[in-house]
Design a protein around this ligand. Structure first.
Ligand code: GAR
Length: 196
């Protein structure tokens, strides 16, 4: 059985989808730990409610990013993960973290490969659609080999149309639905094909 650790900064709806995917045996893995950098993250509550160990690791005042990333990596490594899944993890990770989990860090981003890296990708795609510059956006799941932002070898992506005559809320809901499906399907494939 593969071991998944999820890093999440916010609501954790994707974490919830991954937990359900494991419980339903769609993903041949267990979520063995959830780590957040944000005290208010609902993802922590979701983890506790599911009986999963949850850890809050906050960057201290004046703490260097690389020092924080070493502490974070130590905490994640203690769960002995096969896969480290960034599901709404809203901090850039340095090589101090990434080099500890080579080939094992998976990121979810609410945009297509090469488009809209960084925060608020859904809102930015919507803005472009409303101003006539875009008719579709999408979702991708990719490996994180280095410090590039929302960039790396693509594992899966799916197009989501934007209906600019609709609402941002409806578009965001379509993106999130697609994320939940694509992340679970991608992890199912990774965990089925990996024998570690
Ligand atoms: C998701 O839309 C995820 O793709 C995005 O944060 C949201 C988290 O939602 N991540 C990024 O933008 C990474 N650049 P959730 O907390 O409900 O899973």
């Amino acid at each position: 059985m593969q071991r998944i650790v999820v890093l999440a900064s916010g609501s954790g709806s994707n974490l919830q989808a991954v937990i359900a995917g494991c419980l339903n045996n769609v993903i041949d893995a267990d979520v063995v730990g959830v780590v957040s950098n944000s005290p208010g993250a609902h993802a922590l509550t979701r983890a506790v409610d599911a009986g999963i160990t949850a850890e809050l690791i906050v960057q201290n005042d004046g703490e260097a990013r690389r020092h924080y990333d070493t502490r974070l990596a130590d905490a994640v490594a203690s769960f002995r993960p096969d896969w480290v899944v960034l599901a709404g993890w809203m901090r850039l990770l340095t090589s101090q973290f990434l080099d500890r989990f080579p080939g094992s860090v998976v990121n979810l981003h609410p945009a297509l490969p090469g488009e809209l890296p960084g925060t608020n990708a859904i809102e930015r795609a919507w803005g472009e659609a409303v101003s006539g510059k875009r008719i579709a956006s999408g979702v991708m799941v990719h490996l994180v080999p280095d410090e590039g932002v929302d960039d790396g070898p693509v594992l899966a992506s799916r197009v989501v149309p934007v209906d600019a005559s609709g609402t941002l809320d409806a578009f965001a809901a379509a993106i999130h639905d697609t994320e939940h499906q694509l992340l679970v399907a991608t992890l199912a494939g990774l965990c089925a094909s990996d024998s570690s």
